[in-house]
Write a protein that binds this ligand. Structure first.
Ligand code: FAD
Length: 312
């Protein structure tokens, strides 16, 4: 164990038995046996190669804002990506995976670009946002990514937008486990200051529609994509038009809003948020997740899927 500790120190700052609750927005999670914070992309690549060559289990952590870490120890290496270099070009921004999405959205507006204002309300890193094709205000990463530099199976690869295989809250990176290293955003210049106004409206809207003052990990479930599903229940017209049924609506209709298990509670404000009332455990949250899925299925005959990553 001490041998690995020494080796890991070549790549970044290492902590032993580091509580993941300190690094997730949910403030939940047991200790990670090894926790390495990496500041530079070169070191990140070298660390990934080292761990993969040695067959050592690893988990990539960005801002910890779309995940639930289990209560028990994670017996592997958590790699906390904290690389934060940015470069502004004529056609957009190049950002290291560890940059915060909010910081890049703010930088884009400061530099006179439009199209990425929606990022102002999305916590976490830009690498995590690419992996989950994060989105808001009717847009998502697929509309802004030009190309991605990534690490996959010991190699460095560059993928263009189409190769990223973006769909609703889905990407190539989610499927393959490839690690996003650097993000190239393609943005438009505009004299128009509407972007800033839109961003403010968006933040105000969020503060009204999302729970405030409690730890959470954003939306727990993906909205339900209707596709060819034959619905045997009535849904608001707006969902039919969009082809998507809001998971929050389904959870609300299934009577789960406000339900509490242990110290975790389905938010009264937004049915798709679970809030940590103070000392919630992963087990409390998982109990609620199972119950929500069952209640939604029993009422509507459809299965909703987690948007968050569960690390057990
Ligand atoms: C209050 C609140 C509001 C939110 N609002 C939104 C919203 O409007 N829209 C939205 O889409 N999301 C939203 N989220 C969820 C979250 O902010 C996004 O999903 C975010 O992009 C996750 O990034 P992260 O760095 O925190 O990822 P993490 O939680 O650290 O990781 C999530 C997953 O991505 C993987 N990952 C992280 N970094 C990388 C990388 N560089 N390469 C490969 N895999 C990686 C991890 O291994 C894990 O599997 C919200 C969350 C909160 C708490």
């Amino acid at each position: 164990m001490m041998e690995l500790y020494k080796q890991l120190k070549n790549y970044g700052k290492v902590k032993l038995s580091e509580p993941l609750s300190k690094h997730t927005t949910f403030k939940i999670g047991g200790p990670a046996q090894f926790f390495v914070t990496v500041e530079e992309t070169d070191k990140l690549v070298a660390l990934l190669k080292f761990l993969d060559d040695e067959g050592i289990e690893r988990f990539i952590l960005g801002g910890g804002s779309n995940m639930l870490a289990g209560d028990d120890e994670y017996s592997g290496v958590v790699i906390n990506i904290n690389s934060k270099k940015t470069e502004v070009t004529d056609t957009g921004i190049i950002a290291d995976a560890g940059c915060s999405t909010v910081a890049i959205a703010n930088l884009s507006m400061k530099e006179g670009f439009i199209g990425f204002e929606w990022g102002v309300g999305v916590p976490g890193t830009i690498g995590g946002a690419v992996r989950g094709n994060a989105g808001a205000m009717g847009s998502d990463m697929s509309n802004n990514v030009e190309k991605i530099e990534a690490y996959m199976d010991g190699e460095l690869v560059t993928l263009n937008n189409a190769e990223c295989d973006f769909h609703y809250r889905h990407s190539f990176f989610k499927d393959t486990g490839a690690v996003v290293l650097r993000v190239h955003l393609k943005l438009e210049k505009s004299e128009n200051k509407d972007g800033m106004k839109k961003a403010l409206e968006f933040l105000q809207y969020r503060s009204k529609t999302q729970p405030q003052g409690f730890a959470s990990t954003g939306c727990i479930f993906k909205n339900f994509e209707i596709h060819d599903t034959k619905l045997n229940f009535d849904v608001p017209e707006e969902f039919l038009k969009k082809g998507i049924i809001s998971a929050g609506w389904l959870i609300d209709q299934a009577g789960m809003k406000g339900v509490q298990r242990g110290n975790a509670k389905v938010s009264d404000t937004h049915g798709n948020f679970i809030i940590n009332l103070g000392s919630a455990t992963a087990s409390d949250v998982l109990t609620l997740i199972d119950e929500i899925k069952e209640k939604v299925y029993n009422k509507f005959g459809i299965s909703i899927e987690e948007e968050i990553q569960i690390l057990e």
